[in-house]
Ligand binder design. Structure first.
Ligand code: ADP
Ligand code: MG
Length: 611
């Protein structure tokens, strides 16, 4: 408290801060607030998400504006509606002892008339998303010609989302002599450009090291065959019964697909992507906040607005194309002083990306193994045991007890425990009983034959005669198909034709796009090749396969990772002891999985068919 006072904040703000329960300023607050209070200056501030940036600009702005005036004096631009509303609420909470304060949120997807009315009542501070703001300025509904303070919050994300032009347009309606405060988690070229363009000798503040992920987050990767991605995801979820997570996919299509599949398999999951309407997105976010959704599958763009504390895991179902984006993803967890885990599911061909990310975040990833089915069963049973232990007895049960007791009178405590757990776990155990090890060993050759089972090779009647080499053809296909860098592989360009592979999951997409495809007026034909693409200097992989497979079967699922298991169980205990359990027992809802075996080839087929 006194620490906030020492920054130069006035009594009414200190009172609000006390109400909020903030005790000490965060680093960015301690650095920014005194400077912004003391002088009129531009500022560039680099700080990760969850470091308390809102208060860092919010307190000084509130202290500096004149609440007696109804003129708009402060403008805060933020990338999404979610963030916009959140900042508005925070500002209102900080300014609760400032009678007459009007902080108005301006964002798309809601009534423009209502928003205009709010502004007209005299909004000293406007918090806006760039799109709607530009719109309303254009229609003469908002006047920012007298603003004194302008905040560009999450500048990197705003630019990522393509708001450069809107921001330029908006700022052209603001006075030259104002203070601009830019906040960003990362400092890509585009942000420095905007800083140069709109700011004069800004004070620069950096919290932590540039581009370094929050220390609260640990980073793990899991090496699996590409086709086991989904099974791996399910195991990670099952091994963490209290998971509250965001799962990132690269495309809207994958996002939708993974979410649908999780729901079908009985998980509390939902998709969040740009093809949903605003009201659908609102519903999803509401359920997520209320913890009715444990696994939110999202695209990078849609997830930008997610500002929920307590997210336990971020799972990179696929790695982003740009390493920078990884920081945004992992920053969704480890917020507000909590710890979090960022998990990456990778196939062999992507491992080098892990090293690139390590360099960027200046932190090492821990290589972890996908838990075996038996480990998961153990975790789930402990989870249930702890749930039972922590459950408050419902007195209404008492009325039924005499009859229940009569039915169960003959059993000992041990027998009752065995029976209760059998009720819950028989299906679960059956499901995981013969599940295989999803891990692939770190070194050694790639397991080509296995991989090829789910890989499709195509023949394409364009080649080096058409000025393609393997790199340019790969780029061309990637752009055309909207796939990730590693999703088109084994590209082999001949004179007048070429071969390439994709995972079989993409076969429909590939065939669809090339169905009637012309390149510079010429009809391009595609065919599925019988050749798997395996003959290209890759002998040896197959030989090894038999051996490794045998290993796997012999050792069963328990493996020899006793130490690892102990550690996991420990952390599981801690987690389940800490928070009270949800009203939906994790595995209850997943009962349907008892009848499914996605780890086996049979359902693998089902999955592929759906895709
Ligand atoms: P950022 O904008 O950097 O991502 P926020 O401003 O949204 O972070 O703050 C993240 C969370 O931390 C919010 O829940 C906020 O109320 C809380 N918070 C901010 N400053 C403090 C503080 N000094 N002490 C305790 N909690 C804080
Ligand atoms: Mg923020």
């Amino acid at each position: 408290m006194t620490a906030f006072k020492a920054l130069g904040l006035e009594e009414h703000l200190l009172k609000a801060i006390a109400d909020l329960g903030f005790e000490t300023p965060s680093e960015v607050q301690a650095k920014a607030i005194p400077i912004l209070l003391e002088r009129e200056t531009d500022m560039v501030s680099l700080a990760q998400t969850g470091t308390g940036k809102t208060a860092a600009f919010g307190f000084p702005m509130l202290q500096k504006i004149d609440v007696k005036s109804r003129t708009t004096q402060g403008l805060i631009l933020s990338p999404t509606r979610e963030l916009c509303l959140q900042i508005t609420n925070e500002m209102a909470a900080y300014g609760k002892y400032m009678p007459g304060l009007n902080v108005t949120a301006i964002y798309g997807g809601a009534s423009i008339t209502d928003q205009a009315r709010q502004v007209k009542k005299g909004a000293q501070i406007i918090v806006a998303t760039p799109g709607r703001m530009k719109d309303m300025i254009g229609r003469g509904l908002i006047d920012i010609s007298k603003i004194e303070y302008c905040v560009l919050d999450e500048a990197d994300e705003m630019l990522n989302m393509g708001f450069y032009e809107d921001i330029t347009e908006i700022l052209s309606h603001s006075p030259k002599e104002k203070s601009t405060w830019l906040f960003s988690a990362t400092m890509p070229k585009e942000v420095s450009t905007i800083a140069k363009k709109f700011m004069h000798t800004p004070v620069e503040i950096t919290v932590g090291t540039k581009n370094v992920g929050s220390d609260q987050v640990s980073h793990e990767y899991y090496l699996v065959n590409a086709r086991d991605r989904y099974s791996a995801l399910k195991r990670l979820a099952d091994a963490n019964p209290e998971i509250f997570s965001v799962i990132f996919c690269r495309t809207k299509r994958d996002t939708q697909k993974v979410a649908e599949q999780l729901i079908e398999d009985g998980y509390n999951a939902a998709a969040l992507h740009g093809d949903l309407s605003q009201s659908q997105r609102d519903t999803v976010m509401k359920s997520f906040r209320a913890r009715q959704i444990q696994m939110l599958v999202a695209t990078d763009v849609a997830a930008r607005g997610i500002d929920v504390d307590d997210i336990t895991h971020v799972i990179n179902y696929q790695l982003p194309d740009e390493t920078e984006i990884y920081t945004h993803r992992s920053g969704r967890t480890g917020r507000a002083g909590k710890t979090g885990i960022s998990m990456v599911i990778v196939s062999k061909s992507e491992v080098r990306k892990i090293h690139t990310i390590e360099k960027m975040i200046q932190k090492k990833f821990i290589s972890k193994e996908i838990p075996s089915g038996m480990e998961i069963c153990e975790v789930q049973m402990f989870h249930l045991a702890n749930n039972i232990k922590d459950t408050k007895i419902n007195p209404e049960i008492n009325a039924y007890l005499p009859n229940i007791n009569e039915v169960l009178a003959d059993f000992s405590k041990e027998e009752l425990i065995q029976k209760v757990f059998s009720v819950e776990f028989t299906r679960f155990l059956n499901y995981y009983k013969n599940s295989k090890d999803l891990n692939i060993s770190g070194g050694g050759e790639r397991n080509f034959e296995e991989e090829n089972k789910d890989s499709t090779r195509y023949f394409l009647n364009i080649g080096s005669k058409d000025d393609f080499d393997w790199m340019s053809l790969k780029d061309f296909l990637r752009d055309l198909l909207q796939l990730g860098k590693d999703d088109v592989y084994k590209v082999d360009v001949k004179d007048s034709f070429s071969f390439f592979n994709t995972d079989t999951t993409h076969q429909e997409l590939v065939m669809g796009i090339f169905k009637d495809f012309k390149l510079e007026g010429r009809q391009i034909n595609i065919e599925i090749s019988k050749d798997t693409g395996r003959s290209k200097g890759r002998s040896g992989g197959g030989r090894d396969r038999g051996k490794r497979r045998g290993d796997r079967n012999d050792r069963g699922d328990r493996g020899d990772r006793g130490g690892d298991r102990g550690e996991r169980r420990g952390s599981f205990k801690k987690r389940s002891g800490g928070s009270s359990s949800s009203d939906k027992p994790a595995f209850k809802g997943k009962g349907r999985r008892g009848s499914e075996r996605p780890d086996t080839k049979g359902t693998g087929g089902r999955r592929r068919r759906k895709e």
